[in-house]
Design a protein around this ligand. Structure first.
Ligand code: COA
Ligand code: AMP
Length: 635
């Protein structure tokens, strides 16, 4: 089938408002919009102003009313606990309504924030949807983040309530969440009025009197009382959620997602970009704490009337490298979305893909990869063992859905390995030099998007319009800066090569090296430090901390290194995966004192590098090389 991509993209470009108005017909609105796009609204304009709607209504209620009540909405599959549970749309409605009643009783109302700090259990999805139902703004914090990160988010979002659980489960290890939550609340200046705690049988916790309530008891009570809570009408432009993501400092950015535009963009993407039909099973193997989990575990599949899989496990070791195939076959998954790192982990365990043959993957049509650069080797390996198209696509927490892709639903375009495809409608993607001038095809530069951003992208940062302007809009006037570097080839395919800031991507998790430096610098023996992301065959990148010790420190280096690693685990979380600490005598700097992080990274990765013209003392780079070499890095 010839792809309709070019015709559809041209239709969008010709008349964006007509294009999105047409897409918006797929959504149920309580009140129609006054304007499809209001150019004077918010920072760079707003979509569907004047309209009113509700995300939870569109995800659940309308499907129940429309005859999908008995269809499975969500399948919880947890190879870690050995449990599986299916929920129909009608059952999802009952769960969400009951929790919405509990939140209402706690005084949570439209516009209030609720932090959700949960492992991968269905209650995490119900919590998000219950907030949406009553117009509360949720902020999900990834369960792998430690107390300090949670505390920063509590202070920024100022939640009325927090929904959490007694524990999370990692292979072979129970992670008690309650002490992390208690410590975070202790560290934060803001106090939530209440915490709703899900007790998991693997490890229960003591509830704090006067603050905590038991999730299951409260929800059961609301069900017994037959409580009904209607979906609250919110403005299309009202925030649905705030999702904190790594910025260039330890202070994360609160990415705001508004309601109406997000629904329109997600619904459009399911059919046209992912090629999935209502009623089919779609699986995003990510975590609800990341944007992929928000968009493609919870909201998009449900908006679309599909069945979503919520997976509590890992691609390997739960119990083996065949778990993805088991789930695809058992639940009839037609499309899976995951990070390339997951496939690198599977490839390492089962290089010939022998476990694939043990399962019936006849319904499986497409594998989607995103979150980090998909290396051609991994894509080719996945194509070979699965015998389906493998689609790399590119987006960010900020955009909420893909910016570029090979749009399967519109008809697949020829695959170019190493490229996450072509711009999706809504995104006029350009590559410019540092002065903002467009560069020629094939030339590397800053990847930017012409304003306005389409429906579903962040309208601003939480309570920080100026930070939003400064971080994203100031450098290239009229354009949104993605902070990715890449090029567009002569056929219009995009290639994303690196970040232009200090963000690194560790196993598909977005982390700030600046944030890690803030922690490492607090070690009492550390005078100065620099953290860079170095190449890792499985995780893509891992952090490496260079530390200069204070003079007179005569403790064992091993001990200090272990303490630094532990500090990062405790402050940021194990997910930061800082395992390498390299003591050095001095850090290489420019004459104006800027640390030459990029050069250190290139030495570690054995990439070609040139002596920076502005370097203060070139001998320091030799010292760095020797120190790395002693650890077997860069040799
Ligand atoms: N709660 C608590 N701890 C968590 C956690 C969570 N939700 N998620 C991860 N961690 C911990 C892990 O236990 C691990 O701890 P350790 O250092 O004590 O072993 C650490 O954080 C790093 O975790 P992870 O990045 O998952 O690495 P891993 O080595 O355990 O597993 C992969 C490697 C490739 C299997 C794994 O990273 C993976 O499944 N990646 C897919 C990534 C993904 O889905 N990204 C989302 C974007 S699409
Ligand atoms: P996150 O906000 O966690 O989704 O991370 C977004 C960043 O991940 C992007 O800015 C890119 O740097 C990187 N990224 C995501 N998808 C891809 C991809 N398909 N190819 C290359 N990099 C990607």
């Amino acid at each position: 089938m010839a792809s309709r991509y070019h015709e559809v993209y041209a239709r969008w470009k010709d008349d964006p408002e007509a294009f999105w108005a047409e897409a918006a017909r797929e959504i149920d609105w309580f009140r129609p919009w006054d304007k499809v796009f209001h150019a004077e609204g918010a920072v760079y304009g707003q979509w569907f102003t004047g309209a009113e709607t509700n995300m939870c209504f569109n995800c659940i209620d309308r499907h129940v009313k429309g005859g999908r009540g008995e269809q499975t909405a969500l399948i919880y599959d947890s190879p870690i606990t050995g449990r599986q549970k299916k929920f129909t749309y009608a059952e999802a409605l009952a769960e969400v309504t009951a929790l919405a009643a509990v939140l209402t009783d706690l005084g949570v109302a439209k516009g209030d924030r609720v932090i959700i700090y949960m492992p991968m259990v269905p209650e995490a999805a119900w919590a998000m949807l219950a907030c949406a139902r009553i117009g509360a703004i949720h902020s999900v914090v990834f369960g792998g983040f430690a107390s300090k990160e949670l505390a920063t988010r509590i202070d920024d979002a100022k939640p009325k309530a927090i929904i959490s659980a007694s524990c999370g489960l990692e292979p072979g290890r129970v992670i008690a969440y309650k002490p992390l939550l208690d410590r975070a609340i202790e560290l934060a200046s803001h106090r939530p009025d209440a915490c709703v705690i899900l007790q998991r049988e693997e490890e229960t916790c003591e509830l704090t009197p006067g603050r905590d309530i038991d999730y299951a008891e409260a929800v059961a009570g609301a069900k017994t009382d037959g409580r009904s809570v209607d979906c609250v009408a919110v403005k299309s432009t009202d925030p649905l959620y705030v999702l904190y993501t790594s910025g260039t400092t330890g202070q994360p950015k609160g990415v705001v997602r508004d309601t109406g535009g997000h629904m329109v963009a997600l619904k459009w993407s399911m059919e046209n970009e992912f090629g999935v039909k209502p009623g089919e099973a779609f699986w995003a193997a990510s975590d609800v704490g990341w944007v992929v989990g928000h968009s493609y575990i919870v909201y998009a599949p449900l908006l679309h009337g599909a069945t979503s899989i919520l997976f509590e496990g890992k691609p390997v070791g739960t119990p083996d490298a065949g778990v993805f195939w088991r789930i695809i076959s058992e639940h009839g998954v037609v499309a899976q979305f995951t990070a390339p790192t997951a496939f690198r982990a599977i490839k390492k365990e089962d290089p010939r893909g022998e476990l694939v043959g043990q399962y019936d993957l006849s319904k499986f049509r497409t594998l989607f990869l995103a979150g980090e650069r998909a290396d051609p080797d991994t894509i080719k390996w996945a194509e070979k063992v699965l015998n389906v198209p493998v689609i790399d696509h590119w987006w960010q927490t900020e955009t909420g859905s893909p910016m570029s892709q090979n749009p399967v639903g519109l008809g697949i375009l020829p695959v170019k390995y190493g490229s996450p495809g072509v711009p999706m409608p809504g995104f006029d993607i350009r590559v410019v030099d540092d002065a903002g001038h467009k560069v020629a095809a094939g030339v590397l530069g800053n990847v930017v998007v012409k304003l306005p951003l389409p429906p579903g992208c962040l309208p601003t940062l939480w309570n920080a319009d100026q930070r939003f302007r400064d971080a994203y809009l100031a450098e290239f006037p009229g354009y949104y800066k993605t902070a990715d570097a890449g090029f567009i080839d002569e056929d219009g395919y995009l290639f994303i090569m690196a970040r232009t800031d200090d963000i690194i991507n560790v196993a598909g998790h977005r982390l700030s090296t600046g944030g890690m430096e803030e922690v490492v610098a607090e070690h009492p023996d550390v005078a100065e430090c620099a953290v860079v992301g170095i190449a890792d065959p499985m995780k893509g990148q891992v952090p490496c901390a260079f530390v200069v010790l204070k003079s007179g420190v005569d403790r064992g280096l091993g001990e200090i290194e272990r303490e630094v690693v532990q500090m990062v685990r405790e402050r940021i979380g194990a997910v930061a995966a800082l395992k390498t600490v390299v003591p050095v005598k001095r850090l290489p700097k420019t004459r104006s004192g800027k640390i030459l992080r990029a050069t250190m990274q290139k030495i570690a990765d054995k990439e070609e590098w040139q002596m920076p013209a502005t370097i203060d003392d070139p001998a320091i780079l030799d010292e760095i090389k020797v120190s790395l070499g002693e650890r077997g890095i860069g040799v």
